[in-house]
Ligand binder design. Structure first.
Ligand code: PA5
Length: 455
């Protein structure tokens, strides 16, 4: 069984100035418990569904994806935000670096994968340059079924497939709402294979639904183990998640504006990005649930150790006192490489050290350096990174963020700020029903030449 633990020594005021006290954690704990109760009630009533994803029988999904093994050379995932970041986190953590450059054989006959999130024509063009329609499977993911980036990228890829005269039914699968939205209509129109995003599971809470699991299974990830990890968290993770939630809450109450997540592993870079969306979109809210203005939240920042020791750490250590840093340590790693440094005097200190130990030593050194500068940090220690522990971590942080929102009486499950931006874009694109947004934009979006500079 995998282990995940939390070490919060270096955020406590026994150990550094600017830390929090046991009393802060205790008083936050009361609030967090109420948030937890509130979440449980919402799950019980069926309003919120992400925790129940740990109970879903994956047999059908796994059986479906098995049919595809060896059939396609490429998998293109079209989706953005909550519809792509989860899968990217899974692929980054669990597939080898440069997976796409491996031979078919070395990939276990699973396809190469490409994520089309942005409407960046260079990216889209480059992906299509790598693939051939007849050898490509496309998974289009959109809960609303209408997100403009996903719609646009789908149009490009649909056209690319259509021109090749293959049967699109063999090349496009969708993941969307069971009955609403344009993608559902298109799915029905063409009779495409499709999976459902449950109505009570929001985009950024959907990694453990078919949104994240379908593409993951298609590239050979053991999604059953991911689910088991999530389930294990629900059954056994209460004390660690309540403690970390209370700590985060105490720093939010102190209005610490920045929350850095810094795993010491390049494999968790995309996990950090997934976390940033979850934290930012769920907790950054203008109003509480009663409609009172409060401008809640803190800014999530993704960093990777030890890389960002060489870019961000100077600021973390000597800049403003405005950050809580969450480190993630992996205790065991695959592929230990012991260094042989005895052939050069100045490398002697590295002789016999293995790369993984070096990475963790860098983490320990950074933690203490920050502590000495009175910069609070906490550390999550994962004994080994695999499907199980990743599933655990997804469910863990979804709980933390949902509970923090509910504890503070804000809605962690909506995203009115994102919706507004989408509506302005629709207005500018002259989508039916969005004229008012276009008019607003034309009034408020005016710029004066006197405030522009450059050629
Ligand atoms: O978390 C969210 O709800 C958002 O980030 C969405 O995932 C994102 O906007 C994409 O939406 P959709 O899945 O409807 O295309």
């Amino acid at each position: 069984m995998r282990k995940v633990s939390l070490d919060y020594n270096f955020c406590m005021n026994d150990n550094l100035k600017n830390g929090i006290g046991v009393n802060d954690i205790d008083s936050s704990m009361g609030k967090v418990s109420k948030g937890f109760q509130r979440l449980n009630d919402m799950v019980e009533s069926g309003e919120i569904g992400f925790p129940k994803l740990a109970e879903v029988d994956l047999g059908e999904l796994i059986g479906f994806t098995k049919k595809f093994q060896g059939l396609y050379n490429d998998l293109i995932v079209i989706g953005i935000g909550g519809s792509s970041l989860g899968f990217e986190a899974v692929a980054n953590a669990l597939l080898p670096f440069g997976f796409n450059a491996f031979s078919k054989d070395k990939r276990g006959f699973f396809p190469r994968y490409w994520v089309m999130d942005n409407v960046d024509s260079f990216k889209v063009y480059s992906i299509l340059e790598h693939c051939k329609p007849e050898e490509t499977l496309v998974v289009v993911i959109s809960k609303s079924g209408s997100t403009v980036e996903t719609a646009a990228n789908f149009l490009v890829v649909y056209d690319w497939i259509r021109k090749s005269n293959v049967d699109i039914k063999n090349h496009i699968i969708t993941v969307t709402d069971s009955s609403k939205g344009d993608l559902r209509k298109i799915t029905d129109m063409f009779g495409l294979d499709s999976f459902v995003v449950p109505a009570n599971v929001g985009g950024r809470f959907s990694v453990l639904s078919s949104v994240g699991l379908l593409p993951a299974a298609l590239v050979g990830i053991d999604i059953e183990q991911m689910k088991k990890g999530a389930e294990y968290f629900i059954q056994n993770g209460k004390s660690i998640f309540m403690t970390i939630s209370a700590i985060y809450n105490a720093f939010l109450e102190r209005r610490y504006p920045i929350n850095v997540i810094m795993p010491y592993s390049s494999r968790l870079k995309s996990f950090s990005e997934w976390f940033c969306q979850l934290w930012g979109e769920s907790l950054g809210k203008r109003y509480d649930m009663e409609g009172r203005e409060l401008y809640f939240g803190s800014t999530p920042v993704s960093a990777v150790g030890s890389i960002d020791q060489h870019s961000q750490l100077q600021l973390y250590k000597e800049g403003p006192f405005d950050k809580l840093i969450t480190f993630i340590e992996l205790s065991e790693h695959d592929f230990n490489q012991t260094l042989k440094g005895d052939w050069y005097e100045n490398y002697n200190y590295l002789n016999g050290v293995d790369l993984n130990r070096l990475l963790n030593i860098e983490l320990y050194a950074t933690e203490v350096a920050l502590k000495m500068a009175n910069r609070p940090s906490i550390k999550i220690v994962i004994d080994y990174l695999d499907e199980f522990s990743l599933g655990y971590m997804f469910m863990f942080y979804q709980y933390v963020v949902a509970v923090l929102g509910l504890a503070n009486n804000i809605n962690p499950f909506d995203q009115p700020g994102v919706e507004e931006g989408k509506d302005y874009a629709y207005g500018l694109l002259k989508r039916k029903g969005y004229d008012a947004r276009r008019n607003e934009y034309e009034k408020s979006g005016k710029r004066e030449e006197k405030y522009k500079v450059g050629l």
